[in-house]
Design a protein around this ligand. Structure first.
Ligand code: ATP
Ligand code: MG
Ligand code: MG
Length: 590
């Protein structure tokens, strides 16, 4: 079921399980602590991971990688995974995003309501529930001389921080006593200071070669309404301070994040070591491990930039089928299985690289091919008239044809459709003067109408501009697929078609890449300059009658064209709308 390709994270977890690293976890704090509530009863033997999105946008395919990784590791090692809303930054967060994130995680198969079809315990948390604890921990740091209130201006602070070559300079406020700091910090909390007038900083080392260790800010003043805590707070913890505490309170064992947080790890450990000394958190405390984020060609993986595409109406919304958001992929026709397979195939590494978009499409095809019902559709229709139909078959006659629902699953039965004097074929299947190697329709060629008869092309009718209005052919008697002797006439080409009499009209949305460049922001370019003007074309197509009344979100393989899904929003009875998920791997035979 779950191929377990080894990777460095699996090796770390296996070692920790073998050495029972967390089995002797000791508890600090009082029973009333958030520490005891956050993760329920101590359960030190199990690994605990978390996926901690900030609810400031919709999740994208990069988050999907992280979800599959964290929930997948928990599942494979009998552990638990927390879905934690990292909602410590009040300004950009919204409950709309909280709901969308829950929905995306559930859709991927990790469901906290019934412990999930993927067999893993999922718990829901929000970081803002720990604001009281975070505040108390900050007072503790102050009391021990490990934090101070700094009232330098933002500019002074930036200059004094130094840079890679220049060590930092101590703030004049750094020598305040714990009592002074405590009083001032409480004034911050009580709204006595203006926004930005002071910050609480960890007191570490202004000369550290790691700039993140040069007394990082851990609390700031910000009068902003929070979607969970309302107006209770006018000071908010910084992400770098909040995140390790969230992990510790939830007894996370392995805190997996992307590589850009590598330089934050020393502060993560510094902070948790201090809080462990004060018995505010359990020990051993969680450890942070970094992996390479997903970079996918032709795709942006930044919530902020995706938000820009939505806000500037470059796409129809977060769920536009061209968006790499989970809602977008879903509406495009991607399945959870395809995304899991993709995540498994790309694996986990410690160095950044680009994954080719075709890897995602390949995972989709490989998961859909075995299950998607087949159908015929004509996307760029032109009429084909069988000029001898009336003599051979009888005027007004329709002949029954059938095809397997799935070629490898005869038990799924057959699709039925009819052939008559007129059928729709692809415009590109006719060439008056065929290029070399063209085996479809041209005057004198013989081809098979798939699942139907062999025909011989006799030419075409054109309008005044020379555009083909009808292709003409004659039916060769006794050649219908599946009847005795039907293969007596040899043909080099087989074409797809649907009957004019029983075809269903459908809107088909042909999606292509949203960007023309594999690296939409390469060479410092604005990604908006690389938007593909042809990323969507809408056609009126004809599809076979088996698709007359399909539900929304149903996936099909349109023979030779690729995979299509009925649109989640716009498809309705009597108004069929299909999205192209992806084309076929092999281009249609010439
Ligand atoms: P964005 O930059 O798109 O806003 P983020 O990292 O700020 O993404 P968060 O909500 O903080 O978004 O991310 C939640 C989790 O998803 C984090 O643990 C982060 O490491 C992971 N994540 C985000 N983007 C990617 C990516 N491209 N590949 C792998 N993991 C990712
Ligand atoms: Mg973030
Ligand atoms: Mg980010």
């Amino acid at each position: 079921e779950h191929p377990k390709t080894s990777n460095f994270l699996r090796q770390i977890i296996e070692k920790d399980l073998a050495e029972a690293t967390y089995a002797g976890r000791k508890w600090g704090g009082s029973p009333g602590d958030a520490a005891h509530h956050a993760a329920g009863q101590p359960d030190p033997a199990r690994v605990r991971l978390r996926f901690p999105p900030e609810p400031n946008g919709y999740l994208h395919v990069g988050h999907a990688k992280s979800i599959c990784l964290n929930f997948g590791l928990a599942r494979d090692y009998g552990g638990i995974c927390h879905l934690r809303f990292d909602d410590t930054n009040p300004e950009k967060e919204d409950t709309e995003y909280v709901d969308a994130i829950k929905d995306a995680v559930q859709w991927l198969g990790f469901d906290w309501l019934n412990n999930g079809p993927r067999g893993i315990e999922v718990n829901l948390y929000q970081a803002s529930d720990y604001f009281d604890f975070m505040y108390r921990a900050a007072e503790y740091l102050i009391e021990c001389g490990n934090a101070y209130v700094d009232e330098q201006s933002a500019d002074e602070m930036r200059i004094h921080r130094g840079d890679f070559v220049k060590p930092g300079v101590n703030s004049p406020f750094r020598t305040r006593t714990p009592a002074e700091n405590l009083a001032r910090f409480r004034e911050m909390r009580d709204g006595k200071l203006a926004d930005g007038a002071a910050v609480l900083r960890a007191k570490i080392d202004m000369a550290s070669p790691n700039i993140n260790m040069r007394d990082p800010a851990i609390y700031r003043i910000r009068r902003a309404h929070h979607h969970n805590t309302g107006d209770k707070w006018c000071i908010y913890p910084m992400y770098t301070y909040a995140h390790p505490i969230e992990d510790a309170l939830e007894q996370i064992t392995h805190s997996i994040c992307t590589l850009e947080f590598e330089d934050q790890r020393p502060f993560y450990d510094w902070l948790l070591d201090k809080l462990a000394e004060g018995q505010l958190i359990a020990t051993p405390h969680p450890r942070q491990y970094e992996f390479a984020r997903l970079n996918l060609t032709y795709v942006l993986t930044s919530k902020r930039k995706l938000a820009q595409l939505v806000n500037e109406k470059r796409v129809s919304g977060w769920d536009d089928p061209r968006m790499p958001t989970i809602v977008g992929l879903r509406r495009r026709g991607y399945t959870p299985e395809a995304i899991h397979l993709f995540a498994e195939r790309i694996g986990v590494t410690k160095s950044d690289s680009w994954i080719d978009y075709s890897t995602l499409e390949g995972a989709l095809r490989d998961t859909l091919d075995p299950i998607a019902p087949r159908a015929m559709a004509v996307l760029d229709p032109v009429k084909l008239v069988l000029t001898n139909w009336d003599e051979v078959m009888g005027a007004g006659t329709l002949d029954d044809c059938s095809a397997p629902v799935h070629p490898h699953h005869p038990e799924q039965g057959k699709r039925e459709f009819k052939i008559g004097k007129e059928v729709w074929i692809e415009r590109t299947d006719y060439e008056e003067t065929p290029p070399k190697g063209f085996f479809r329709l041209f005057p004198g060629s013989k081809v098979r109408l798939k699942y139907g008869h062999v025909i011989e092309c006799t030419g075409a009718m054109k309008d005044a501009n020379g555009n083909v209005t009808e292709v003409l052919a004659t039916l060769i008697p006794d050649t219908k697929s599946g009847t005795p002797g039907s293969d007596a006439v040899k043909v080099k080409g087989v074409i797809t078609w649907v009957g004019v009499d029983d075809a269903v009209q459908a809107e088909v949305r042909l999606y292509d890449r949203l960007f023309t460049e594999a690296h939409p922001e390469a060479d410092g370019k604005d990604f908006l300059e690389n938007l593909n003007p042809n990323s969507l074309s809408v056609v009126t197509a004809y599809v076979e009658p088996s698709l007359a009344s399909v539900a929304v979100g149903q996936r099909f393989q349109f023979e030779r064209h690729g995979y299509f899904v009925t649109d989640l929003k716009d498809h309705a009875a009597g108004k069929a709308v299909f999205n192209r998920v992806t084309g076929m791997k092999d281009s249609w035979g010439k």
